[in-house]
Design a protein around this ligand. Structure first.
Ligand SMILES: [Zn+2]
Length: 703
């Protein structure tokens, strides 16, 4: 591993932060970021750092303090305030206690912060306080995990590192580990680091650099030791290698079936499914692993470190030889495999139920990681971020287990240790964040790059939804995604899709299934307009509107219906209709007639799909001129004619439409988005209905 220390960069950090925070914390911040930038050291928050110094209290006294990384801060981007100051002398006195319950420990930490607004410090804070050196770096380095998760891991760790490194047997993280670590260092005062078996590495120093150098040096030694085992054939393929392309195609077909089966019952009649988001892991390494002779046996061993448990569960689900070419058999096999997994998981919880801490509720019995030969892995989480964490951990785990297989025998944590960590109240706190209303859902929006589409995507993202924005124009789609992505980095993608082409529609659904596992909400927003009297109507132009507005609606409704059938967890569709369906306008025959046909198709979908738990509703806006910076395509077509007819300019026309509705309301794309959210969140048991979003037009009231 490359040592990335730079005197210049360190000095930049000092120049920037030392004035306010002091030089020690400035340099702490610098090396914390160096560690954080290395995913193989600190995958998804697996690591924490500290520095000891002083805090000046209101009496002007210098009080000894330990600045510990706060929970929820990412080391890669940490700021000085990401390390929160705690009363060091008080915390050290706790070491005399024989035991300290987790909840009491958390209370002691929170009540001995110097700033009551500070975030909670890492649950490994006691170790940082009890260990004497000024700087402490703690990481869950891949190489350390690969070395210490072996049958003779302790011997190997000693061989790899030599005598000046302490090797500590596994102790559950928290107060007891902190005590054991401090005792070990006092017994071996000359040592420069400590390996925690099946957990990670701790290094220290009297300077930020000394501690950082030790981490890099020891991880490098571990990597060198492991590389001696490389080159040996460890995983023999059982079949011809699966191509990435074949695996991708299979994932698109399997993911919706699996996603439906992994949705737990919610107990809410209106929204009966607690869905998951699925992120596939499809890489050369992952495929070679699942297609190998020892893949199954290795995969079904405990995780590399207990930190990963709440994301992945103790074990993945392995599906033997999935029959990809026979969807019915595949579905049945998955159903049975999941039922077996759930029964095993229930039995495991039963075996340890006596140790379940009060107030800790049990997880559902469903797997988070599903490994399939010929496909790779499908990883589940409550949103794309959580599913992505499970996927990254799975990639790391498979790589480390393959490495170990080349060298010796994998030996992970005992079942009891696994249970204690999976059901550790402090770990559960990490998962307790409130879920947004549509956080577990995926929407596919057609015509998303238009003004109304923009308003719909924005409104759905605000509710936590994952949004696949589709449109025929790649360019407009790219600019939409670029605009909306900063607010929801892992929850919006752009998928080029032509609603008039059945193949393009099917490929669009497949791409969303490959990205997030499936689709729950389809918003049919694609549509085009034409201004022409009936007498002057160009038949070909009329047919063009039929193709987009009628056939395009039919193709998307049909594909969505098939998709919802496969997934088996119901769904929602919202058609963006128009006030013209109820109150058509002169010279607007092509638009009014084709939108009326689309509206009628959606009502029929409501009749046909209700049994499947699918609701189909309509939103009928009027006179939406723009959405954000996007001008409405419909008004670009209609506006000039209406302006001419009424002798108005653009602003005058907007004013005209505003003044003709009962509420004198200016109708915006955001309003249309909120109407979609109303249906998507299932506030009422409603299907086949229309919400007008028009400020009140008596002629256009649905009836
Ligand atoms: Zn740790």
């Amino acid at each position: 591993m490359i040592n990335k220390w730079s005197d210049n960069k360190a000095q930049e950090c000092v120049a920037r932060y030392a004035g306010r925070w002091g030089e020690a914390l400035a340099l702490r911040t610098y090396t914390a970021r160096l560690l954080g930038a290395e995913p193989s050291l600190v995958l998804h928050g697996g690591g924490n750092t500290s520095v000891k110094g002083t805090v000046t209290n209101v009496l002007g006294e210098q009080v000894p303090a330990v600045f510990v990384k706060a929970s929820g801060h990412d080391l890669a981007t940490i700021a000085p305030e990401g390390h929160c100051a705690l009363d060091l002398e008080y915390l050290r006195r706790l070491r005399a206690l024989p035991e300290l319950a987790d909840e009491v420990m958390v209370n002691e930490l929170r009540t001995h912060l110097f700033d009551f607004r500070a975030p909670s410090p890492s649950i490994e804070a006691p170790a940082h306080a009890f260990l004497a050196p000024q700087y402490i770096d703690h990481t869950h380095a891949d190489a350390i995990l690969a070395l210490t998760n072996q049958a003779d891991g302790e011997k190997r760790a000693r061989a790899a590192f030599g005598d000046d490194v302490i090797v500590l047997d596994y102790v559950k993280p928290g107060f007891q580990l902190a005590k054991a670590a401090a005792d070990a260092l006092e017994a071996h005062p000359g040592s420069r680091a400590m390996v925690w078996m099946r957990h990670g590495l701790v290094t220290w120093g009297e300077s930020a650099r000394e501690s950082y150098d030790a981490t890099i040096d020891l991880v490098t030694r571990a990597e060198e030791y492991l590389s001696r085992g490389r080159g040996k054939a460890c995983l023999a393929p059982t079949s011809a290698p699966t191509s990435l392309e074949a695996a991708q195609q299979r994932a698109a077909k399997v993911a919706p079936i699996l996603r439906g089966m992994l949705a737990a019952a919610s107990g809410d009649a209106d929204r009966p499914h607690r869905r998951v988001i699925l992120r596939p892991l499809i890489s050369r390494e992952a495929l070679d692993f699942v297609d190998s002779d020892r893949g199954k046996a290795l995969a079904l061993t405990p995780p590399l470190t207990s930190d990963h448990l709440i994301r992945t569960k103790p074990l993945p689900l392995w599906v033997d030889a999935p029959p990809y070419d026979d969807p019915d058999r595949l579905r049945e096999q998955l159903r049975l495999a999941i039922a077996d997994y759930a029964a095993d998981y229930d039995a495991y919880v039963e075996r340890h139920a006596a140790r379940l801490q009060p107030g800790v509720s049990r997880f559902d019995s469903l797997p988070r990681v599903v490994l399939m030969p010929g496909l790779g892995a499908l990883c589940a989480g409550r949103d794309a971020r959580a599913a992505g964490v499970a996927r990254d951990i799975t990639a790391q785990t498979l790589a480390a287990k393959a490495r170990i297989a080349a060298m010796g025998e994998y030996r992970g944590l005992s079942e009891q240790d696994l249970f204690d960590m999976e059901y550790w109240s402090l770990q559960h706190a990490k998962l307790a964040a409130a879920e947004p209303p549509l956080g577990r859902e995926v929407a596919l929006v057609t015509g998303a790059a238009g003004a109304i589409g923009w308003g719909i995507c924005r409104a759905l993202l605000e509710q936590g939804c994952h949004v696949a924005a589709t449109d025929i124009s790649r360019e407009n789609l790219d600019s939409l995604v670029e605009e909306l992505r900063p607010a929801a980095p892992s929850r919006i993608i752009g998928v080029p899709l032509d609603v008039t082409d059945a193949g393009s529609v099917a490929r669009g659904f497949d791409e969303v299934a490959r990205t997030w596992g499936g689709v729950d909400l389809v918003v049919l927003g694609a549509g085009i307009a034409l201004v022409s009297s009936l007498a002057d109507m160009d038949a070909e132009a009329f047919r063009r509107l039929e193709r987009v507005n009628v056939e395009g609606t039919l193709l998307v409704l049909a594909e969505a219906a098939r998709h919802f059938q496969v997934q088996g967890t119901g769904g929602d569709m919202v058609l963006i209709s128009t006030k013209n369906v109820f109150a058509p306008g002169a010279k607007f025959g092509a638009y009014s007639a084709t939108k009326a046909a689309a509206h009628q198709l959606a009502r029929i979908a409501a009749l046909e799909l209700a049994d499947m738990g699918v609701r189909v509703n309509m939103v009928a806006p009027d006179a939406v001129f723009a959405g954000g910076t996007r001008k409405s395509g419909l008004w670009a077509e209609v506006g000039p004619d209406r302006m001419r007819a009424r002798g108005l300019d653009e602003q005058g026309l907007e004013e005209y439409y505003r003044s003709r509705n009962l509420l004198r309301a200016r109708v915006t794309a955001e309003h249309v988005g909120r109407a979609v959210v109303y249906f998507a969140t299932r506030q009422t048991p409603t299907t086949g209905a229309t919400i007008p979003v028009d400020g009140g037009l008596p002629d256009a009231t649905p009836r």
